[in-house]
Design a protein around this ligand. Structure first.
Ligand code: DGL
Length: 276
């Protein structure tokens, strides 16, 4: 199967990066830094965000639409820059699609290195926490580790609404942080790609004794490695970035300028139900 897919892919094809909304931009930033000669097509499903309180059936439907849309654009790889969709099991999304897929790193190795007292926190969406996948991955790498998961349903809507630095964000961060502070964690993983947008507020709440870990860079490194191994890296000419969204393009432009302040970007409002 992989051999057949590889035969059809070429290194000049674009890389798709997908999320429920703007969160995936925090991963796109690292992907672009590591692979500046690639052409990236980002999709933020801003019309249907948040995903973290949806059912598995809904999420599979959305993921399938994104894959089909990007497959029609000739993409060679899709990075699921969304922990919630990654929880569906990337290999179960592949089906008979003719391109490569990769999901978010769970960051278990990063936590193993970061934590001295072996008490770690996980901030993620209710869907992600409900799967127990992060706890399992961390305990497999480090059975001595105690994991304190925290579903943070309020964060994604606050990020999408650009509430940075407001009392609402500070209060929500405080609410979710208190039990983890009481548990005495010394490191915390941000297992939702929206959360780096409010990393400053999270770090301010926990203080310097807690190391906040973002697995975005590791995810980008894994994607690069995969393309390198398969001989699918684009290494000539300048790359490009197209940011697609399903609603609120002006808001997406402002949030992109916040996440990727120095980049030249093209924008497009799209309909994921088209091009099926
Ligand atoms: N950025 C998505 C994630 O990493 C957010 C999901 C949501 O929309 O709730 O899980």
């Amino acid at each position: 199967m992989l051999e057949q897919v590889l035969k059809r892919l070429n290194k000049n094809a674009p890389i798709g990066v997908v999320d429920s909304g703007v969160g995936g931009l925090t991963v796109l930033k690292h992907l672009h830094q590591m692979m500046p000669k690639e052409n990236f097509i980002f999709i933020g499903d801003t019309a249907r965000t948040p995903y973290g309180t949806r059912t598995e059936e809904e999420l599979r439907g959305f993921a399938d639409e994104m894959i089909t849309w990007l497959e029609n654009k000739g993409a060679k790889l899709i990075v699921f820059a969304c922990n919630t969709m990654t929880m569906l099991g990337i290999n179960t999304l592949e089906k008979d699609h003719q391109l490569l897929l990769i999901g978010m790193s769970k960051g278990e190795q990063l936590l193993d290195i970061a934590s001295r007292n072996r008490k770690v926190g996980v901030f993620a969406t209710p869907y992600t926490i409900g799967t127990g996948a992060h706890r399992k991955a961390i305990e497999e790498v480090a059975p001595d580790m105690r994991v304190f998961p925290m579903p943070c349903a309020k964060f994604v809507p606050l990020v999408e609404a650009e509430k940075f630095g407001t009392q609402e964000v500070i209060d929500a961060v405080h609410e979710y942080a208190v039990p983890l502070k009481e548990a005495g964690i010394d490191s915390l993983i941000l297992s939702c790609t929206h959360y780096p947008f409010i990393q400053e507020e999270i770090e301010a709440e926990f203080g310097p004794s807690v190391k906040v870990v973002d697995p975005a860079k590791e995810t980008a490194m894994l994607a690069k490695k995969m393309l390198d191994i398969l001989g699918l890296r684009r290494t000539e000419n300048e790359g490009s970035m197209t940011i697609c969204c399903t609603a609120d393009i002006e808001r997406v432009k402002r949030l992109t300028a916040r996440a990727l302040p120095e980049e030249k970007v093209a924008y497009q409002l799209i309909n994921l139900q088209e091009n099926k």
